[in-house]
Design a protein around this ligand. Structure first.
Ligand SMILES: [Cu+2]
Length: 119
């Protein structure tokens, strides 16, 4: 079934396996950014996006200021309080306990969002 010597046949088979593993790994890497984005809230144009986000307890959410003016991320019950985030600054907070967390921008209180943490 294989015209090559046994040794070379094994090498070809190995190469094929390597290619398969590499392709699979590459496919997984390609899908990773989509997963990471589930934990990110973008701040842009005086709004949090997504406005409401549901995550499991223990998830760290990254708030990323993509606006060209500073914003703050402040928990409505004081659960967290970021420093002023300049353009492209990020603030990360781990939501350890289940519950509903409303938050707003300390500079522009009309900017509001919500994180729902499930067990
Ligand atoms: Cu703001």
């Amino acid at each position: 079934m294989c015209n090559l010597t046994k040794r070379n046949c094994f090498r070809v088979w190995c190469l094929g396996l390597c290619l398969l593993v590499a392709t699979t790994a590459f496919g997984i890497i390609l899908t990773l950014p989509a997963v990471a984005a589930d934990n990110e809230v973008d701040i842009d144009n005086f709004a949090f996006t997504p406005k409401e986000l549901t995550v499991k307890a223990g998830t760290a959410i990254v708030f990323h200021n993509r606006d060209d003016i500073p914003h703050l991320v402040v928990g409505a019950k004081g659960e967290f309080h970021s420093k002023a985030l300049d353009t492209d600054d990020t603030f990360e907070f781990t939501f350890a306990k289940p519950g509903t967390y409303s938050y707003f921008c300390g500079l522009h209180p009309q900017m509001q969002g919500k994180v729902v943490v499930t067990p």
